[in-house]
Design a protein around this ligand. Sequence first.
Ligand SMILES: *[C@@H]1O[C@H](CO)[C@@H](O)[C@H](O)[C@H]1NC(C)=O
Ligand SMILES: *[C@@H]1O[C@H](CO)[C@@H](O)[C@H](O)[C@H]1NC(C)=O
Ligand SMILES: *[C@@H]1O[C@H](CO)[C@@H](O)[C@H](O)[C@H]1NC(C)=O
Length: 796
Amino acid sequence: MVQQILLLLLLILNRSFCDDYYELLGLKRTANEKEIRQAFKKIAVNLHPDKNPDDPEAHPKFLKYTTAYEVLKDPELRKKYDLYGEEGLNNDQFGRQNYHSWSYYQDNFGIYDDDPQVVTLNTNDYDDNVVNSEKIWMINFYSPMCSHCHHLAPDWRRIAKDFEGIVRVGAVNCEDDWRLCRRLNIQAYPTLLYYPKNSHHGTRYTSKKTYEKISEFIMEHLDVSIEKITSTKWKKLIKLLDENNKDYYNNDKPLLVFTCGKERNCFDNDEQLKITAMFDNIIDTGIFECNKNNCNKLLETTGAVFINNIKNNDKKNFILFNDINNIDEFVHDVLDQLPEPQDISNDYFNDIKKNLEKNDNENGWLVCFYIGHATDLDLQLKKLPSIITDVNLGKLNCGKYSSLCSNLNINRYPMWGVIKPGGAFELSHGKSTINDVAKFAENSIKAQNVAALSADKIISILKRQNGKEVWFLDWYAPWCPPCMQFLPELRKASMQFKKSVVQFGTIDCTVHADICRRYNIRSYPTAMLINGTTTTQFTNQKTAAGIIEFLNEVVNPTVIKLNKDNYYKTVGRKDDTTLWVIDYFAPWCGPCQQLAPEWTIVAKNLHLLDNVKVASVDCDANGELCRELGVRSYPTIRLYPFGSVGLNQVALFNGQRDSTALMQWITNFFPTKIKNFDEEKLRKNIFNNKSKSKNKKDYWLIDYYAPWCGHCQKLEPQFAIAAQLLKNNSIGFGKFNCDTFGSECNQLGIQAYPTLMLYTPENKRSGIEITSQNAQDIKNNILNLINKNSKLHDEL
Ligand SMILES: *[C@@H]1O[C@H](CO)[C@@H](O)[C@H](O)[C@H]1NC(C)=O
Ligand SMILES: *[C@@H]1O[C@H](CO)[C@@H](O)[C@H](O)[C@H]1NC(C)=O
Ligand SMILES: *[C@@H]1O[C@H](CO)[C@@H](O)[C@H](O)[C@H]1NC(C)=O
């Protein structure tokens, strides 16, 4: 009983301390900025203390709502809140101690929030949308407190409506987004900025802020051209208008010709420019001055002709437009002539997915998720086929199919996703520009073995409920640049592995914040391999090559894993003739994790030598063994040299734990030694004119080096390994320090360090340079040379 009361009390306390901001405002966690603002406005207008003078709690309650709103509307704070809850905000300055008056919320809150044609921009998406855009942008920086701003609003809405698809019209509420406005040096309201196509900086619009003047300005800056069609070209085109003509207009874009002339019904100049701008990059436009003599009879009442091109030939050859009074209808009709982006319904989406799950050699789908009007989007979608091929295109209205969209974690619009052959789904986090979307679609569809995971799937993987499935998981946040760089690398790497070996899953921690928190994912990106009960952290370099190496090492380890069962049977054997070098580690220790990839490199290098073994012991899993062996700190690196029967000899490594230093240390214990040469030895052993004495080697391999040279240090262990591989071949090995014996090296014509020289009986003085850099190649090279030499001998 007491416990129950305590629990209840705790729950109550817990609730009053930790309101869920989304619940408080009645929002889904996927709510976009506009929805957040709209929800808060509703609350503000109803629950404002001014309107509830009798409620003593009205003020503190309203402060809570204000705080929730302040946090959720700020992308940075919202991220932190999503990931770490209120705790994550502790050190931030947030939450107002006061708020605006009731009338502010009633009248002044976000002037353009309800206008579908005006794009509300904020710090987070401003650059992505505006900078280097394929469309012209006009942006209105306003404050809801400024009366001029309200005055301009109806005109600005009209501009947005009338220029939809021609220019992009945006608005920034500087009261809400003062950081962005400060960065752009906005000093007065309203300020209008104009961004030409593909530009990085806006210029200030300085004329009068009226509908007429702003329209004029836009028309002057459209930056498009209309071809003047010559009579010759016109004659050719006319031929194509014959139904029986089998030719097509041979061009990569269709052509739209305005047929104008005296007393003809034709679009005026501005209208022609607008249409041209709207179809920029999709359709070429031209104008032909028509008169009774040169205008085909067919075209007497025609104001425009649409001539299809060869690429688009599943549609009619041409379309004549007689009634061209309404530009919107006209644009609509022209759009109809372009290949359709399909409207995808809930059911159709699922059908596509099911079908692709079964057939992994059919084309994938690129789907655009949108709300509101899709005019702009249709244009963009219709442009895509000219950039990417072999991909189906569709659009899905999230206003209509909201539950599907929320299941797919769509949280802004437009958002692009792919359904891949094999059925995996992935969302793009990059820019919405046509080129970025195309790039994403191509890379993502190819990477059939990468899927964005649903919450259920993640949990079942983490709870090991997936039988034999092996998963490489990438935990990321879309706002973290290293994460966005890692994703394409992951896709690239994934193509090297079959699903039956390992599957790749991505987890967006802003969407699955609960799970990420529960599994204590604290930095992004975090990646790991989950195979049965084993989890292996990915600590390699965050590149495709790094992932491939990591997975290969896990599947086919070069480092031998020792444990309490096999340790004494292998390392301590009495008849053991191998050299062992062993890393005793604990999985949680940072320096151990750093050593791991270096240790793999060491193992790979030494793989060539049958009698050298590189191993590791997990001292967490084999505590008793490590205690028996007296391992007291992690990592401990021990070497049992050749002949250390029963572990009676051991060497400890105390140097820097990188592969180069480790290799240098280990190769010191190799039986075939590399002699340090001086001038005297060089002369005696190699440049000696007398006939061979008994002890002399037939061949000498000398490494000319300088102690300070990095490449020399890299070559050293390779040279040492090569020496072991070549030990049966009557070759002597030496190294010669060109820092100490500079003049000798000069005389010998050594021009770079390191230089490897092979001296044979025939090439005693000049030597033969060996340019290989790794042990295997050095060995092969030298055996080749020696064999050639002995053949020569035999023939002589
Ligand atoms: C997963 O574990 C199994 C059994 O231990 C092993 O055979 C397989 O190679 C592992 N796969 C990967 C990718 O690590
Ligand atoms: C070796 O022979 C060369 C020419 O055959 C001669 O120039 C050189 O002095 C000789 N060196 C020695 C150490 O005898
Ligand atoms: C060297 O010769 C011995 C004896 O003939 C042989 O057992 C060994 O495998 C050879 N080693 C190499 C590296 O060829």
